[in-house]
Design a protein around this ligand. Structure first.
Ligand code: PAF
Length: 283
């Protein structure tokens, strides 16, 4: 497996692969791998000839008070894990390789979709995400790019960017990977104390209770959302940021749950801010 640091080397390898008729699959990450990342890699590995993973903690998507400096990093461990998954190439650039002229002047505007929920709590976040994803897609030139549904708003925005700006890539949605007790895997879980780790289950428990309620026939968003909010409020170590029930296609808040929708929740539990979501399927 190759570890590439320079953008021109990445471009050259990916171009050579495409010229040989190989399908290129791409998994963009910020590193500190867990099973969630590995599941994306396995999917890319099984569907593409040349599987490329990037490891880059993108400063552009962190606000000034956020955890850029303390975001967990361990490149050696990541490289070993990617190699064990049969990945062909890890791109691990410094910021200057991704943004050769410093902070980019031209960025991708996520529009109104990027200003709600995560975007409202983290102003500028999706500008940063879409700008780096566009940049990396242009460097790698994959035919398939793999994103986890845990970051559901990000997934919807990346898909929309690819559509609206005609990126020649298929955005592949991959299921959230959870601990056996339901906690969604996240690199930030490493910051949870054992007490907070238990408290953090209120997110997935609330979501599961909401999905059950919808399956059993409740189509009114109010009580379904309250099911989640009440669970989080009942947990003294958790501080709710938002609960939202949105249409999966439009991402607009739903007035009745009459077709599949998404419940999303964000809460701070101790130091980390956690997000999770679940599909709501009416019976
Ligand atoms: O989901 C992530 O890890 C990041 O937002 C991404 C897509 C790698 C962009 O930095």
């Amino acid at each position: 497996m190759d570890v590439i640091r320079r953008r021109q080397d990445l471009r050259a390898v990916a171009e050579r692969g495409r010229a040989e008729g190989l399908t290129v699959g791409f998994v963009p990450t910020m590193g500190f791998f867990h099973e969630g990342h590995l599941s994306l890699m396995r999917r890319a590995r099984s569907e593409c000839d040349l599987a490329v993973v990037s490891v880059f903690v993108n400063p552009l998507q962190f606000g000034p008070t956020e955890d850029l400096a303390s975001y967990p990093r361990d490149l050696d461990r990541d490289v070993a894990m990617a190699e064990a998954e049969g990945i062909d190439l890890v791109f691990a650039p410094d910021a200057e390789e991704v943004y050769p002229r410093g902070r980019p002047e031209v960025t991708v505007d996520p529009g109104q979709l990027g200003e709600r929920l995560e975007g409202a709590s983290r102003p500028g976040h999706f500008h940063g995400v879409l700008t780096v994803v566009a940049n990396l897609l242009n460097l790698v030139g994959p035919s398939m790019a793999y994103f986890g549904e845990k970051d559901f708003q990000q997934l919807v925005l990346v898909r929309r960017m690819a559509l609206d700006l005609s990126f020649p890539v298929e955005v592949v949605e991959c299921p959230t990977v959870r601990e056996p007790d339901g906690l969604a895997l996240s690199s930030r879980n490493v910051f949870l104390s054992s007490e907070e780790r238990t408290a953090a289950l209120c997110l997935s428990e609330g979501l599961r209770a909401a999905a059950k309620r919808v399956r059993e026939g409740d189509s009114w968003p109010g009580p379904v959302a309250a099911e989640i909010a009440d669970r989080v409020h009942a947990e003294p170590l958790a501080e709710l940021d938002y609960v939202a029930l949105v249409d999966e296609e439009t991402f607009q808040e739903v007035e009745r749950i009459e077709r599949p929708a998404r419940a999303l929740v964000a809460a701070r539990v101790g130091r980390p801010r956690l997000i999770d979501n679940i599909r709501l399927e009416p019976s």
